[in-house]
Design a protein around this ligand. Sequence first.
Ligand SMILES: O=C(CO)[C@H](O)[C@H](O)COP(=O)(O)O
Length: 230
Amino acid sequence: MSRKTTIAPSVLSADFSRLGEEVADVCQAGADWIHLDVMDGHFVPNITFGPPVIKSIRNRTDKIFDCHLMIEPADPFLGAFAEAGCDIITVHSEASTHLDRSLQAIRDLGCKAGVSLNPSTPESVIAYVLDRLDLILLMTVNPGFGGQAFIPSVVEKVRRVKAMIGSRPIHIEIDGGVTPETAPLVARAGADVLVAGSAVFKGGREAYAGNISALRSGADEPGLTEFKPG
Ligand SMILES: O=C(CO)[C@H](O)[C@H](O)COP(=O)(O)O
């Protein structure tokens, strides 16, 4: 059976002066989720936006808001991101001193809980929190900027994480340098959610539908098993 990979455009590559329209346009073009990259200028060398901006675009779509927190600490702000309308909140393992507590707090807020690993972080850091996870975000670039080159060594980590989670209903999401060429590599290794900024937003709104379908057709090869989240 073939499957449908979830495509999550990262608004990092959108025109921020028209963010609401950009979100509506990519949803209209076939996006499944909206990926929100929150950066603090401390954990990563860039600053983006926070809860007020997310709240201001929440009414543009009812698609899942997938919030990737690249902030340290994250715990004091989890409530504000949930309140702003995020459905999934992902924290970085490298920025979480008490990862188990952070994941529990996200679920207590009524959101799905995710953890993100930088390219150099081994998957062993999540071995004891698997039952608290709805999503594992494996970075295929060093976080902070869009438009970077995909780091191929992470493909092997995707395979290991897929084996590690077994039958648990946990999404494996890939973020960084995802293109129609790299999408099949990570999909074959076990990823079911692909984040893409540059590859979706290039060419302006008329190009979004074609860009999304190019990513999807690369990832949705026949023979890949369908993912059924819990
Ligand atoms: O988290 C990110 C950077 O930290 C971005 O989501 C990611 O890099 C997507 O951009 P692109 O598809 O252009 O690589």
